[in-house]
Design a protein around this ligand. Sequence first.
Ligand code: SF4
Length: 493
Amino acid sequence: MTKKTRKFRDISNFNLQQNENEYYLLPFKFHRLNNDKEIIVNEVGDYLTLPNGTVEKIIKREINKIKDTDLYGDLISNFFISEEVISPLIDVLATRYRTKKLFLNYFTGLHIFVISLRCEHTCHYCQVSRVTQNKDLYDMSLLNIDKGIDIMFKSPNPHITMEFQGGEALLAFDNIKYAVEKAEKIAQEKGKILSKVICTNLALINEDILEYCKEHDILISTSLDGPKFIHDKNRNKPNASSYDLAINGINLSREKLGFENVSALMTTTKLSLDYPTEIVDEYFNLGFKGIFIRNISPYGFALRSDKSKYETEKFLDFYKKALHRVLDYNFKGHFFTEDLARIFLSKILTPFNVGFVDLQSPAGLINGVIVFNYDGSVYATDESRMLAEQKDYTFKLGTLDDDYDDLFFGEKSQEITEIWANEGLNGCSECAFQQYCGADPVHNYATQGNMYGHRPTSDFCQKNMEIIRYLLELMENNEDIKKIFQGWVKVRS
Ligand code: SF4
């Protein structure tokens, strides 16, 4: 006897006739911006700010096509509601969603080579347990460099970035040269675009090194925490001013490589919190086109020192003051950006996402970045190897002796990637800012003890939510600021 199966009735059996108050809701989320306004955001990050209470009316089907023409039109054209069960523009929405997730198309691009753990600085917030001696033990061997390059070129990504980090990377400059020349040869054979970056405190930079960097198109990335009194205090160098060395290094590097090939990053310490204006001014006066206001990472040595810890509220207060100082320069006619805001704004104001591994969903770890440590171990992110320096190997994917598939798709990777998308995380899944934010299992683990994390007590969430809310509020209240922000994202970094 054949089993009877129930069939769906034809769509004509359902009463889908609509009157002027009937519409269908497309997926969107909402958030209260302040006492007057709320925001709705759809699946591709389009947003509308509305008077408080409007969301309730939308959901209760109280928005009238005739009486609320403008709002109704905005809701239809921005994919918040549809007059048909399936919006006729569903394909457009799907294309836009794919565009937002385009960063997933090519797989891992950034390959960090921790070329040496040795360093001659003693920064109090250093995230790795740097060492001063024993080259043989703490520099990446040529054999491991070979293995790392071999794995790197197995990535399907046509654009590979090779970043040399330390310790102080320039202490192992001969090994960098070896790696660069070998990788360049293979890139040419395989038809890949290869970018190279050296992260350095610049204390050891000289004309010969820069000549080599110029010849091989190597970019320089350095650290600058602000004016001399802050930088020297944060980045202690026995018997020398780390600030003077950094500034001389920046000037020399710019002279040889050009302004655009030298970048700097700041870290906010407890000391920095009182000097937002001075720090922004330092970057502006040195001719940088922007500043990235970064809070301290809760990893490695940073957590051990009282000089580094501060509450997220204090950082947010500092951040807002710094942002307004940056805006002051823009009001005077200069193009000068705050780069964390710029990342969020690119997601809010453009159809694109940004290839920034700390703010992606799925997270940037493994599919955006991978770390080859000096000792041959492989980690999901730079922060993961910092945890490993404290003997926590949770994010160790394997070693350079493992197969590509075992590293990138093995058991450990699968465990991490189960919770790497904020779309599936409690708290994030219903958050209006989900499309602008990201997921960070390593941060969750380091700060909250598990990869999943707990949003109501997460400093990552608190920081991102308030900065996004603040940027939206600024744009809502001030057309001139909105125009400045639009200008920042027109020039895509
Ligand atoms: S971390 Fe917070 S702000 Fe970011 S998506 Fe999740 S809930 Fe929203």
